[in-house]
Ligand binder design. Structure first.
Ligand code: NAP
Length: 518
């Protein structure tokens, strides 16, 4: 068998191949080897030093508007290669075109937004943080808070499910803030990230050192971090726990943003009985969330909370729509849902289902339908499964286990306080969505959930066409949730820049404060 190509890493301003044999990236539908990645032998300390010394320094010599212009050019270059990204996503992620678009176009949209917001920041080199306040009776001596770019780099350790968006939703605010980026994509789907970096490097848009990529093992990455660096991690709660206890974070106070897993819920309010538009909206959104990217979205609906009296009707309506979802080879035009990202993830979904089996009943089992154009012994394709737990309080596993695939559980509640308490059993989630038509009840439910959720998405009949989707992460809104969800905070417009800036207070006369140029 001929060896597939070994994708090089880009560090210290040049392409460098690992010295090991590499890890193969596979087509999750056909099981064939596509390319290999390897990071053995890279001098990561030198690579990070170069990124700080050359990349961050060059970026920070520019204004926000100049850096925003670079983002716009990056977006243009990526757009010209969009077809290649689509092909890589089909081959390496096993996604149908509309699912690949969530990742690729989501990345382009986010880059475009930050380019526009950054342009509006103009020629400043630091950001004003509130107004100056006097420190005595007279305004002779004042305190002005400001935010300045941190003199380190931004390391991203990313998850497998968003190889395109996962890079650019972080890189856009980081580069706009003036921090060099080093990305380590998840191995299983590293190809798309690597190709995008290659296209941007080839186009010569960014200063040397501003964008680096390490593909393959994460060994040594955290050891190379220094006090002013920031680390943004997206992945499982288990890996997050390992990362949090690493000496770089524990001893050097490296700033870390952690996006981990989450048991997001959708909540049908008591007034939204079958036959109401809100009921239909919940059903539509649940089916969409379970099937887009085969349920491999950190924001996907995992728990569906409905009034006890509509449990049966909801199960039937969701099941009827899931029955129309064809699963299989994304290259077949008749397929609506492609593969999971790997056979390992297929096994993980089986394991998750086994963990939930004790606490749940199966309400819809897509596994009774054959895969389209895919060999079940090889392909990582998994049909949708709707579970239900009639005693939502006792079904602890449903509030604990995130099955990262097309699986969700229907849970009946007694009254609204009970429903809100069940949503909070997720111990902190990325998003909850509410469905109903009573603005007062929805408003107070949204407030009640805000402390334990990064985002509350409220769907009423009048926003049926306008709402952006439970699981879609819009750059305008905060992404990240407390507790189990990792405690991270990304996006949210220019709020994302906070993570890459250092806040300081300058205490001085008004004349000196005016000279800060804010
Ligand atoms: P994972 O196994 O935790 O891996 C995430 C990343 O961490 C990968 O790049 C992985 O590299 C790397 N990694 C593994 N062990 C490491 C270590 N000891 N030190 C440093 N890095 C290490 O997660 P995953 O399976 O790729 O992603 C699925 C999970 O991510 C799901 O639970 C999902 O909920 C979560 N997720 C969350 C969000 C969010 O925004 N909150 C978004 C997407 C996904 P290798 O691939 O080389 O092992």
């Amino acid at each position: 068998m001929t060896m597939t190509a070994l994708l090089p890493n880009f560090v210290c301003g040049r392409w460098q191949s690992g010295t090991g044999a590499g890890t193969a990236l596979l087509d999750p539908v056909l099981g064939t080897e596509l390319v290999r990645v390897d990071a053995t032998g890279l001098d990561l300390r030198s690579a990070f030093a170069f990124a700080r010394r050359a990349g961050s320094a060059a970026l920070q010599a520019l204004t926000y508007a100049e850096r925003a212009a670079l983002l716009a050019r990056v977006g243009q270059v990526l757009q010209t290669h969009r077809d290649a990204y689509d092909a890589i996503a089909t081959a390496n992620s096993g996604t149908v075109q509309s699912d690949s678009a969530v990742d690729i176009d989501g990345a382009l949209f986010t880059l475009g937004q930050y380019a526009r917001w950054g342009t509006a920041l103009g020629s400043a080199r630091a950001l004003r943080d509130g107004e100056a306040v006097k420190l005595g009776k007279e305004p002779l001596f004042q305190s002005q808070h400001l935010q300045v770019p941190r003199p380190g780099l931004a390391l991203f350790i990313n998850a497998f499910n968003f190889p395109a968006w996962g890079l650019w939703e972080k890189a856009a605010p980081a580069l706009l803030s003036g921090l060099a980026v080093v990305v380590k994509p998840a191995t299983a789907t590293a190809w798309l990230t690597q190709r995008m970096v290659q296209d941007v490097v080839d186009a010569g848009i960014l200063p040397a050192g501003a964008l680096s990529i390490v593909c393959g093992s994460s060994n040594g990455l955290l050891d190379a971090l220094a006090p002013f660096d920031v680390l943004s991690f997206t992945g499982s709660a288990d890996t997050a726990a390992v990362i949090r206890s690493h000496p770089s974070l524990a001893r050097h106070a490296v700033r870390a943003n952690i996006e981990a897993d989450s048991l997001n819920s959708a909540l049908l309010l008591p007034d939204a009985t079958p036959g109401t538009p809100a009921f239909d909206l919940l059903v539509r959104e649940v089916v969409r969330e379970m099937t887009v990217k085969s349920g491999q979205k950190c924001t996907a609906i995992r728990r569906i909370l409905v009034p006890a009296k509509v449990y049966g009707a909801a199960a039937e309506a969701i099941g009827a729509k899931l029955a129309k979802v064809s699963t299989g080879n994304p290259r077949n035009a008749g397929v609506r849902m492609g593969a999971l990202v790997s056979r390992a993830q297929f096994e993980a979904v089986q394991q998750g289902l086994a963990q939930l089996a004790h606490a749940t009943e199966v309400l819809h089992d897509g596994r009774t339908q054959a895969l389209v154009d895919a060999d079940p012994a090889v392909a990582a394709c998994h049909q949708p499964v709707l579970l239900g737990a009639r005693d939502a309080d006792m079904a602890q596993a449903v509030h604990d286990v995130e099955v990262f695939g097309p699986v969700a559980t229907l849970l009946p509640y007694r009254d609204l306080p009970h429903a809100l308490a069940l949503a909070q059993r997720g111990q902190g989630s990325l998003v909850a969505s509410l469905y109903g038509d009573d603005a007062a009840a929805l408003g107070s439910a949204a407030l009640a959930l805000a402390a334990s959720h990064g985002r509350v998405h409220v769907v009423t009949p009048e926003v049926a066409q306008a709402h952006t989707g439970h699981g879609n992460v819009m750059p305008q809104s905060l992404h990240g949730g407390p507790g189990r969800a990792g405690g991270g905070a990304e996006l949210g417009g220019l709020r994302a820049l906070d993570f890459y800036h250092q806040r300081a207070a300058v205490q001085a006369s008004p004349q000196v404060l005016a000279a800060l140029g804010l």
